[in-house]
Design a protein around this ligand. Structure first.
Ligand code: COA
Length: 365
C-alpha cells in the first residue's frame, strides 16, 4: 500500500471544471475566469456561472435574478422553528437546522434530477441570507425584516440584518465577500460535501455536510477567530507582542497560512484593498491598522524563523470588513456560507454527473 499523506496534502482526488488554483503564482479562476475580473461582477452573475458553467447573457441574468429574488422569502413556520432552535454562541448551529427544515418543506427533496437539483440550489442561494438575518433577529427577540427585492443579494442581506439599507461601499464590500467566498476547489467543506454527494445523498444532505465542515476554526470558523483577535489586539502597537506570545505557545494565528497557496492569496489582495476603503469611509481605521500590523509581524516572524513568509488567507481581511459592516462574530461562519453555497451546489452537480463513490483506504497500524 502507498505511503500515508497526512491531511491528504498534494493528493489529486478528482477532476473539476469549476475552479482552478495555482498556489505558487497566486492565481484563482472560477470556470476559467480570473477572480480579479469576477470580483467586479454581481454575486448573482457568479452564482449563475458556477452552477451553469457559463456566464449569463443579459436575459438569462435578468431571469435568474428574478428567480432568486422570488425565492428570498421564508415562511412563518420556518421563523417559528428558528425561534425554537435559538442558537447559543454560534449561529451556524441553527442554520444547519434551518436548512434541514427547508429540505422537509421542499416538495422536490426526493427528486434527484438535474432540473430539481438546480431548483434546490436556487432556493438555498436565495434563502440563506434571509435565514441568517432572521436567526439573528429572532435571537435578539425581534421580528425578522422581509427581504427587499429592489436590493442586490449583498445589500439585501445587510438590510435584513440591520433594518436599514447599507451605503454603496458597504453593499460593494459584502457583494465582493460573497463572490470571493463562493468557490475554492477541494477545500475541506467542498471535499466533505463531494463525499456525501458521491453516496448519492440528496443536495440538502450534502450541503449540510459541507456546512458542518465549514464550522471548524481551521476552515471557515477562522473568520470569526480573526474578528475576536482584532478585538483582543485592539491597537496596532499590540500586534507584535500578541503574535510573539501566541507563536511561543505554538498556537495558530487565525487568518494566516494555507495548504495550497505559497504566495499571497489573490482573494486576500482584493479583500485587503476593500477593507482599506471601507475603513476610510468609516472614519476609524483602527481595525484595518491592527490587521496590517499583524500581517507585517507574521510575515517577518515566519521569514526570520522558518526562512519562508506566511500570508493572510481569505479569512483575514474579510473579517476586517465584517467588523466594519457590524456583522456579529457569531454570524461570521454562516455569512461565509452565503457565498460558498453556489460553489457547493455546483460541486454536487459535478459529482452526480460523473459519479463513483469516494472511498479511500487507510494504512492499518
Ligand atoms: N499560525 C501559526 N503557525 C502556523 C499558521 C498560523 N496561522 N499556519 C501554519 N502555521 C505553522 C504550523 O504550525 C506548521 O508549523 P510546524 O511545521 O512547526 O508544525 C507550519 O506552519 C506549516 O503549517 P501546517 O499546519 O502544516 O499547514 P497546513 O497546510 O496543514 O494547514 C492551515 C493550513 C490553513 C489549516 C493552517 O495554516 C492554519 O491552521 N491556519 C490558521 C487557521 C486559518 O486561518 N484557517 C483558514 C484557512 S483558509
Amino acid at each position: 500500500m502507498q505511503e500515508t499523506k497526512k491531511g491528504l496534502e498534494g493528493i489529486v482526488a478528482l477532476d473539476t471544471s469549476i475552479s482552478f488554483i495555482d498556489g505558487m503564482q497566486g492565481i484563482l479562476k472560477y470556470r476559467g475566469i480570473d477572480i480579479e475580473h469576477l470580483a467586479e461582477m454581481s454575486y448573482e452573475t457568479i452564482s449563475y456561472l458556477l452552477i451553469n458553467g457559463i456566464l449569463p447573457g443579459e436575459q438569462e441574468l435578468a431571469a435568474y435574478s428574478n428567480r432568486l429574488k422570488s425565492e428570498r422569502r421564508i415562511n412563518g413556520e420556518m421563523i417559528d422553528i428558528m425561534r425554537v432552535c435559538n442558537y447559543g454562541t454560534e449561529a451556524l448551529d441553527s442554520l444547519r437546522t434551518a436548512i434541514s427544515c427547508t429540505a422537509h418543506m421542499d416538495h422536490e427533496n426526493d427528486n434527484n434530477s438535474l432540473d430539481a437539483n438546480k431548483n434546490k440550489a436556487v432556493r438555498l442561494i436565495a434563502k440563506l441570507p434571509t435565514m441568517i438575518a432572521a436567526l439573528y433577529r429572532c435571537k435578539s427577540g425581534d421580528f425578522p425584516f422581509q427581504p427587499d427585492e429592489t436590493l442586490s443579494h449583498g445589500a439585501n442581506f445587510l438590510y435584513m440584518l440591520r433594518g436599514e439599507a447599507p451605503s454603496a461601499i458597504e453593499a460593494e464590500a459584502i457583494e465582493k465577500d460573497f463572490i470571493l467566498s463562493a468557490e475554492h476547489e477541494l477545500n475541506p467543506s467542498t471535499f466533505a460535501l463531494r463525499i456525501a454527494a458521491s453516496t448519492l445523498a440528496d443536495v440538502y444532505s450534502a450541503i449540510i455536510t459541507g456546512l458542518c465542515t465549514l464550522k471548524g476554526p481551521l476552515h471557515g470558523g477562522a473568520r470569526r477567530g480573526v474578528m475576536e483577535m482584532l478585538d483582543e489586539v485592539a491597537v496596532p502597537e499590540n500586534a507584535n507582542n500578541y503574535v510573539l506570545y501566541k507563536l511561543s505557545r505554538k498556537e495558530k494565528i487565525m487568518g494566516f497560512g494555507h495548504r495550497v497557496y505559497r504566495t499571497y492569496d489573490p482573494r486576500s489582495r482584493i479583500f485587503k484593498d476593500m477593507a482599506k476603503r471601507v475603513a476610510k469611509e468609516n472614519g476609524d481605521p483602527t481595525w484595518y491598522e491592527v490587521a496590517e500590523s499583524l500581517e507585517h509581524v507574521m510575515y517577518r516572524e515566519f521569514l526570520d524563523v522558518r526562512g519562508r513568509p506566511i500570508y493572510p488567507n481569505v479569512d483575514f481581511y474579510s473579517a476586517v470588513i465584517y467588523k466594519y459592516l457590524r456583522i456579529p462574530p457569531e454570524l461570521a461562519t454562516s455569512v461565509f456560507a452565503i457565498g460558498r453555497v453556489s460553489g457547493w451546489t455546483a460541486h454536487c452537480f459535478e459529482q452526480y454527473a460523473d459519479n463513483r463513490v469516494i472511498r479511500p483506504r487507510a494504512h492499518y497500524i
